[in-house]
Write a protein that binds this ligand. Sequence first.
Ligand code: BTN
Length: 330
Amino acid sequence: MKRAEAERLADEVLLVVRKKTGRFFEVSGLAGRFKTGEAEIGQALKSIQSWGYRLQSGADGRVKFVAAPDKLTALEIGYGLKTAFIGKTILAYGKVKSTNDVARELADSGAAEGTIVTADEQTRGRGRLGRHWHSPAASGIYVSIILRPRFSPEKAPGLSIMTALALAQTLEGYAPGRLKIKWPNDVLLAGKKVAGILTELSAERRRIEHLIVGIGINVNHQAADFPESIRASATSVRRAIKTKVPRVALLQKVLRDFEKEYLRYRKAMLKSSHGKILRYSSLLGHHVKLMSGGDVIQGRAVDIDQSGCLILQDGDRRIAVSSGEISDVR
Ligand code: BTN
């Protein structure tokens, strides 16, 4: 049997035994089902185990599926993913420079809306404003989502806060009552940064070609996994809830919540999510100072509007800020 054929057989055997987790299968029965020999099925079962899946063999030679590895592979992410189009195509890498860069190349060559790129590790993870996003192996979620919305480029900035809302809602299931959104795109857990979003737009003649939404979540990082410079201001889900979190299940929930919010956004921007955003916002009611396009702007944060602008009140003046870097909150 050729290698590709053997791999396909192993994939199919995996699907069959996994569908009935806990039930024993006769090797001869599987051989009959796949119209092949018992030796080939034996080889397929070995391959499945070498991919990290746990199988149990009974004394009588029967075999059952026990558990899947918590590995960010396309197979695992796609298995049981409950979305309509986000993650329908998955490219899962071990190590890349930046998933946003890979996604941009794919988008430039025509990848469909909803295609996602993930990596177990990034060597040059990028944050906003040219910063580095620390992306160690086997600990975080680093995912980039390709979007091709039909709305105009001016509507793109609100996608960051929309994504922050989706992440806050997902993480709420792990650490209830402890999530906040810090405009424009940070997610805080217990007051520390747990996730960040980097949205990159490619537009031509007032039309969006594609948008890449890059999401980084600190999931199972331990304190020592963070560089000294951010150890006090960053956290991970694991640090906050003192439990290791399966990354595959978390990513699937992220993709599902992201899709829900994105569908709402496509219809009416932040109209139906406005209330939730305000409830999660860490800035509302505070006096805020920020840098935006080279200007220092300050005022009391009173709202986040339907396009994702932060609304500051400075005396009688209301200022709408579409992007910026917060330097002080009181
Ligand atoms: C920030 O808070 O500054 C944004 C961080 C965004 C990090 C993610 S990880 C996946 C994607 N690939 C990148 O290089 N960056 C984003």
